[in-house]
Write a protein of this length. Structure first.
Length: 64
């Protein structure tokens, strides 16, 4: 006899352990997302480097 809790645990276990062949992932897509994220971080840091350094310094000075 299955209770709702055991059924939930069984479904969760199967979802984690049983490989799905239809969801392999898109490697070129992940590479593009990673490269774009790095590019965006570099672009933001280029414009915001000095203000971020000021905020970090002010925060550290308040801790002392």
């Amino acid at each position: 006899m299955h209770t709702p809790l055991t059924e939930l645990l069984l479904r969760s276990w199967l979802a984690v352990t049983v490989p799905r062949r239809d969801e392999r992932g898109d490697v070129p897509g992940w590479v593009m997302v990673t490269v774009m994220t790095i590019g965006l971080a570099i672009a933001i840091f280029t414009f915001a480097e000095e203000p971020l350094k000021g905020l970090l310094s002010a925060a550290f000075n308040q801790v002392k």
